[in-house]
Structure formats: C-alpha cells, structure tokens
Write a protein that binds this ligand. Structure first.
Ligand SMILES: [Zn+2]
Length: 92
C-alpha cells in the first residue's frame, strides 16, 4: 500500500501536471494574482489568493475548475507544497 502510494506520487511528479500556480502575475505582501492551470482539462484562469500555508495547502486543492468542475482533490493530485514567498511567521 505504501509502495503504491509512493509510486503514484512519483508518477505524478514525472508527468508534471499540477493544477497549480502557473505564473504569479502580481504579488503585494501576501496578496497575489496568479494564472492557474487545471491538470484535469488544461483550462487556465486568473485567481486572486493569499500566499500562506493554509491557502496553498487547504484552499487551492479545493478550488473547482470552471470548465470541468474538478478540484485537485477530485483528481487525486498530490504534489509538493507550493512554497510561500515569506515564511508563515513573518509579518509582511
Ligand atoms: Zn478543468
């Protein structure tokens, strides 16, 4: 079971499909606008977000794609956490 899990993670990393931030368009302190890409259908959309751990780890995986209605969680995507620009403890 554990081996399968590791295999899946490895496979996804190799494919480099992540509904994630494709490009940060703008960032002021922790507020950002970014271009997101759905790894289900490839749809891209602009998103305003907040650059902290909670947002990257809990909010983004539950954002539904406007095209296919899937979230990263629906797609079972597990990827490395997106780094924040500033550490969580830092007041910016
Ligand atoms: Zn989609």
């Amino acid at each position: 079971m554990l081996a399968e899990l590791h295999g899946a993670v490895f496979f996804e990393k190799k494919e480099e499909q992540r509904m994630n931030i494709k490009e940060i368009i703008y960032q002021h302190r922790r507020d950002f606008s970014a271009l997101m890409e759905c790894e289900g259908c490839g749809n891209q959309k602009k998103l305003k977000g907040y650059d902290d751990r909670n947002y990257h780890d809990n909010v983004i995986p539950n954002i539904k794609c406007l095209d296919c209605g899937k979230t990263r969680n629906d797609l079972g995507v597990k990827s490395e956490p997106t780094p924040t620009k500033y550490p969580n403890w830092m007041q910016v």
